[in-house]
Design a protein around this ligand. Structure first.
Ligand code: ASP
Ligand code: MG
Length: 419
């Protein structure tokens, strides 16, 4: 078997009938088989299913069913635009949505289990449509990722069990065809669907590339490649042509949203390069991550992480903040899933810049309030500049209401109040 090509297409690249046709056109440019095509849910479908989960959790079953109806309509319109005889694909999608409706009537599921059960249908539906459409052009097989990606049962952030996953993927891959698989999802040993965390389809791409020992993974995006800042936030961005794995991991850590942070590790382990290419201009070069020592061009990187909170803890008796305080705080954060993006401690205070999760943060504060005086500043954001120069820093911080600043020779970070 020749080495498989692994492609990943996100929600934006399959958001309507024209974009599905474009995906098929791109696949048509690459005759090499086997090919694995990892696909996300169409457009904003995962958000729509999250609303269904919200209704389910508040026992608003009528509203949940209405939302499912809207999801059906959205997909049916795409199917009708794609197929001359849409009947067969429509009934497959209809059947999947029946399963969702049956699921929301169940009362025996935990929140996480119900979330994964409901939300994972986004990818099942999108891949059914795309596999059927690809099948009209080239030999294609729809594969069920729940039989391929084996995970533990930490719902909403499941961990891949590599051995079982590698065996399943290697055994089940159809070597002569385009294998269309769902990103983002997996299943437990007992077959319960799980998800790998929001935006997790990039990571699924890396899982397939790793398990198959692919030559590369290509993630197709609506941008020309990896830029040195999000063009929605920063002016005059530059495309990075090549980037070492380590730098990509760092950028993802600081919040560069172009790739899911977990994506790089498996690729780095096997030295599998990651290409980020434009689905609008597939002939353009894009960005390649891996296989180089230094970035080219070497430019500063600008990253803003929004939706942050600054949590300040002060000892009640003005005792020094000591190691035992910090270790207890971090233990609590780890147990509850608090993401710390920056921290600073002084004699009697510790300040954390954390992701402002509306459920977790109040819970954690409730547990800390006996020991510390707490202060929370919400509506903040974290700006990180790597390889900064004075002029970049001055330009980007001009007019910001800066609450905290931290600097090393290579990286400067500012927590600022969002207006
Ligand atoms: N559909 C999932 C999400 O929107 C996974 C992904 O797109 O990567 O989070
Ligand atoms: Mg997505």
């Amino acid at each position: 078997m020749s080495t498989p090509l692994v492609f990943k297409f996100g929600g934006a690249s399959v958001k309507d009938a024209d974009s599905v046709r474009n995906v098929a056109r791109i696949i048509g440019l690459f005759p090499q088989r086997p090919m694995v095509v990892v696909v996300s849910a169409m457009g904003k479908t995962t958000n729509a299913f999250e609303e269904v989960v919200g209704h389910w959790s508040r026992n608003e079953l009528e509203l949940a069913k209405e939302k499912i109806g809207a999801i059906r309509k959205f997909h049916f319109e795409i199917i009708e635009a794609l197929f001359e005889e849409p009947g067969a694909v429509k009934s497959e999608v209809q059947e999947l949505l029946h399963q969702v409706s049956a699921g929301i009537d169940r009362t025996d599921l935990s929140f996480g289990e119900a979330y994964d059960f409901i939300v994972h249908y986004g990818e099942l539906i999108s891949t059914k449509i795309i596999a059927a459409f690809m099948g009209t052009i080239t030999p294609t097989v729809w594969q069920d990722t729940r039989l391929l990606v084996h995970t533990d049962d930490q719902f909403r952030r499941a961990t891949v069990r590599w051995e079982e996953t590698t065996t399943a993927i290697q055994n089940r891959l159809d070597s002569g065809k385009v294998n269309v698989v769902q990103g983002f999802i997996g299943a437990t040993a007992s077959g319960k669907p799980t998800t790998l965390g929001r935006e997790g389809s990039d990571y699924t791409g890396a899982v397939f590339a790793f398990c198959l020992g692919a030559d590369s993974l290509t993630i197709w995006k609506d941008v020309p490649g990896m830029l040195n800042g999000d063009p929605k936030t920063f002016e005059n961005t530059t495309k990075i042509d090549r980037l070492p794995f380590n730098e990509a991991i760092e950028l993802a850590f600081y919040g560069a949203s172009i790739i899911h942070p977990k994506t790089i590790q498996p690729l780095k382990k096997k030295g599998i390069p990651l290409h980020i290419k434009s689905f609008v201009d597939p002939a353009a070069e894009g960005t390649t991550i891996g296989g180089v020592e230094r970035a080219s061009p070497e430019v500063p990187n600008f990253i803003v992480k929004k939706n942050q909170a600054l949590l300040q803890l002060k000892t009640k008796d003005l005792a020094f903040i000591a190691e035992h305080h910090l270790s207890a705080i971090y233990q609590l954060f780890a147990d509850q899933g608090v993401v710390v993006n920056l921290m600073r401690n002084t004699a009697t205070k510790a300040v954390f810049c954390i992701n402002h999760d509306p459920i977790i943060v109040p819970k954690v504060m409730g547990e800390l309030t006996d020991l510390f005086d707490l202060e929370l500043v919400s509506d903040t954001a974290l700006l990180t500049i790597r390889h900064y120069r004075k002029e970049d820093e001055d330009r980007e911080t001009n007019g910001l209401d800066i609450l905290l600043e931290q600097r090393t020779p290579d990286i400067v970070q500012f927590v600022f109040k969002q207006i």
